[in-house]
Write a protein that binds this ligand. Sequence first.
Ligand SMILES: [Mg+2]
Length: 419
Amino acid sequence: MKKIVLCIDDIKTNLFTLESVIESVAGNLYNVLIASSASEGLSILLRHKVDIILLDVMMPEIDGYEACKMIKSNKKTKDIPIIFVTAKKNDETIEECFSVGGDDYINKPFNHVELLARLAFHLKLKEKDKLLQQEKEYAQNILDLQNNMILVSDGEKAINVNKALLDFFDLKSLKEFQDKHRCIYTTFINDEGYFYNKKENNNLWLESIINISLKEDVLVKISIDENEYVFIIKATPFYSQYIITLTDITHISQQTLEYKHEANYDSLTGIYNRNMFHRLIDRKITIAKAEKKSFIFIMMDIDFFKKINDKYGHLVGDDILRGLSKLIKNHTRDSDIFARWGGEEFVLTFDVSFEKGIEIANSLRKYIKNKKFDIVGSITCSFGVTEFKQGDTLKNITKRADEALYKAKESGRDRVCQV
Ligand SMILES: [Mg+2]
């Protein structure tokens, strides 16, 4: 397909020379349109798909510079290459030709070979630009099609971002993202188990992500509108930059947390279950052995709980278990262990002396006795207290506490006994 060359010059003979040279030498490649003023040229541009423009500088009314600015500022015509054809040879003219957006210039009188070579060169350049632009759009489209958030960064600043990322942050453009966050790491929350970049202004954080990723998934937490999101982050070096992908696993990680909670906590009372108690007490015994320390171990049991269930039903019994757990929880610290052993039986540990342990058990006993439960009124509990001694295993310390509890039950309940 022939390319269309638009020649704009106020001197008719110049136009005819251009036209005849181009059509006689390269008529198989080009069709020539001519305009004897800038305004005529502009109106041709509106009607025809012009591929390249040869533009005279000196013209009455609108000169070549002005015409060039107008063509280059119009979205539809800005990519058409403009070659100035000028009789002036001074530096200012050359400078001006380029500063108004011209792509090249040739001098009058022109050399035919040079004119055709420049036409061909600029058309080829334009073609390459077009291909490059298409490739860029193609790459951006691929990025935008991904559900994962993707960005390109040099470690300090985002250089490209995809649509998923902009949508997540509710932003419209890369510029908005750069202005607000600079790079993705500024949005990470410092939380246990999540990657966080303390240092700024280098790409070490990306190298860390790459290194950790060799062993395990790297998680980051990002907060937006008071909601927290969890992502797996991956980074790949790309020339002197990095391609970073973030996969949203908020939903999955929430589920994992729920499973973990289910595995460790008693669903009725919300306190630790027996599984979790075993893990915690194992660790406690290990530490107590290593540090030659002691701790208090208490087993407690609700008195006549079976009668409560029989008389008022299991729902009332459940309310008592919940209320009692809450009451005791309020009187223990985070360092104490408090767990449901099973049924109406509970276990506790305290890092205190034996005397103090008895004292604590007695005050818990009183708190329980003084509490008024709905429907049932007051209840009582029995306590068996023992102390961890070097050489103890979980089995024998449990056995002693159980014996002490049995003693409390046998000797009339609502009391604290020790072994
Ligand atoms: Mg002229």
